[in-house]
Design a protein around this ligand. Structure first.
Ligand code: EPZ
Length: 419
């Protein structure tokens, strides 16, 4: 079993370079199923969710040539199965994209119900609504979702909740359908825009991605070859921005799109840190104890739920009592108990948590409860006095490439240890 061991207390200083966005890459890779050809995708992060995604694609006939650490050549000419293996799909959430992509290409998909971080109820009703609106017949049996369509026909889809996954699945199903599909109340996250950019580069006709109305004119087929580079990961960038605040450090974050980070930047400034925005890089310099602040997580462009636990660490040591109101997931405060083991004073009641700032955190053995909670505990360990051991780091490896290496380059005394 691996764990991350950290000797605090370090003020992080220096530069870090951000990799490709996990949540864009794990949509773009299944999207290659729609291409009866070969494409090369660059800036793919080396994380375990990507590895599982590639394993599944290979099981259904996609050939993947690993050109370099971050570049894959993907040959989807020969899809041999419409059935994604249950044991692998249950390991990660974004396996639901295989349903939309296989349905779009083969008019038939059988995919295990998705796994992923346990953040509370993760229904798929909006995905199903989209499949059915476009002509799919859906059956859920024995942990599998099977969708078949005689023909896929464009339609108007109104999403009852703003859902990243349902928006992407609707896009994947609609790209090769007959006629026009509109998705109303669509999610606007940068990875939705990135998927649309990729598909459009490959010959799709999608307009409006990044707004709440996406229009897709179905095309007969996509191009047989192409190249694409995945957008930088705004959540990884935000994680380092908040690490600068929580450790009273000075970090310059390179290779990010600062426009995607506006909600985080605004809150960090409110906390009293200095922020310099260079467009494709951002510097966060925090010279004093952060001020208290309140946040409510919201779909993009609101404050992202995926940065809520990392912000929680900065609030835990802020001056005064801060409040987080989580509006996306029912169970995203599981990390609170772990931070309290380190001396934090946080009370969570349902989807609201109160962070009574303390002078310092003290190292302790702690357990990652999900991916972003894991990143938050690493930041807490760097900020805390003494030794912190972070367990369950397989959660962190799902979405952060070389997290210990990147923090070590910023001065953290951090290492991965195999027990
Ligand atoms: C994506 O999950 C991300 N995952 C999550 O990131 C992120 O937290 C989330 O979007 C919100 O930004 C991936 O991109 C793989 P949703 P997703 O559908 O698509 C409700 C991380 O740490 N809903 O936008 O599964 C749902 O219950 C991960 O990187 C329905 O009610 O999220 C939630 O309350 C964790 N019915 C809200 O919508 C549905 O059919 C938003 O969920 C679908 C969703």
């Amino acid at each position: 079993m691996e764990k991350i061991v950290i000797e605090g207390k370090t003020k992080l200083k220096g530069e870090v370079t951000i990799g490709g966005a996990k949540n864009a890459a794990i949509a773009i890779l299944p999207a290659t199923i729609l291409i009866n050809g070969i494409c090369t995708i660059d800036n793919i992060p080396e994380i375990s969710d990507i590895k599982i995604c590639c394993d599944i694609l290979e099981k259904i006939g996609v050939k993947i040539n690993r050109i370099s650490k971050h570049t894959l050549q993907i040959d989807s000419r020969n899809i041999t199965s419409v059935e994604a293996p249950l044991d692998l799909t249950s390991k990660f959430r974004a396996s639901y994209y295989l349903t939309g992509a296989l349905l779009g290409r083969c008019k038939h998909a059988t995919v295990g119900m998705p796994g992923g971080c346990k953040l509370g109820a993760r229904p798929m009703d909006q995905h199903i609504k989209a499949f059915e609106a476009l002509g799919g017949e859906v059956e859920i049996e024995q942990g599998r979702i099977e969708v078949k369509a005689k023909k896929l026909q464009g339609n108007a889809i109104y999403l009852d909740v703003v859902s990243v996954g349902a928006t992407i699945n609707a896009m994947l199903t609609a790209v090769l359908a007959d006629g026009v599909t509109t998705i109303e109340n669509a999610a606007k996250e940068p990875h939705i825009v990135d998927l649309a950019n990729f598909l459009n580069k490959m010959g799709a006709n999608i307009i409006g991605a990044g707004t709440d109305r996406i229009k897709i004119q179905g095309v007969k087929e996509l191009k047989k070859e192409g190249t694409y580079s995945v957008v930088p990961d705004q959540i990884e960038a935000g994680t380092f921005m908040l690490a600068a605040v929580a450790t009273k450090g000075d970090i310059t974050i390179r290779n990010c799109i600062t426009k995607h980070l506006e909600s985080v930047t605004a809150k960090i400034i409110e906390m009293g840190a200095e922020v310099e925005d260079f467009g494709d890089a951002i510097r966060v310099n925090c010279t004093k104890r952060p001020n208290k602040v309140n946040i409510k997580t919201l779909p993009y462009p609101g404050f992202p739920t995926d940065l809520q636990p990392q912000m929680g660490v900065a609030m835990a040591i802020a001056n005064g009592t801060s409040i987080i109101s989580e509006s996306i997931w029912d169970s995203r405060f599981q990390y609170v108990e772990e931070l309290n083991r380190m001396g934090a004073k946080i009370t969570a009641q349902g989807k609201v948590a109160f962070f009574q700032g303390v002078d310092k955190l003290i190292g302790a053995p702690v357990y990652a409860t999900d991916l972003r909670a894991g990143a938050a505990l690493v930041i807490a360990g760097i900020a805390a006095e003494g030794t912190t051991q972070v367990y369950n780091i397989e959660y962190i490896d799902r979405g952060y490439e070389d997290i210990e290496g990147k923090f070590a380059k910023l001065g953290a005394k951090i290492q991965r240890v195999n027990e």
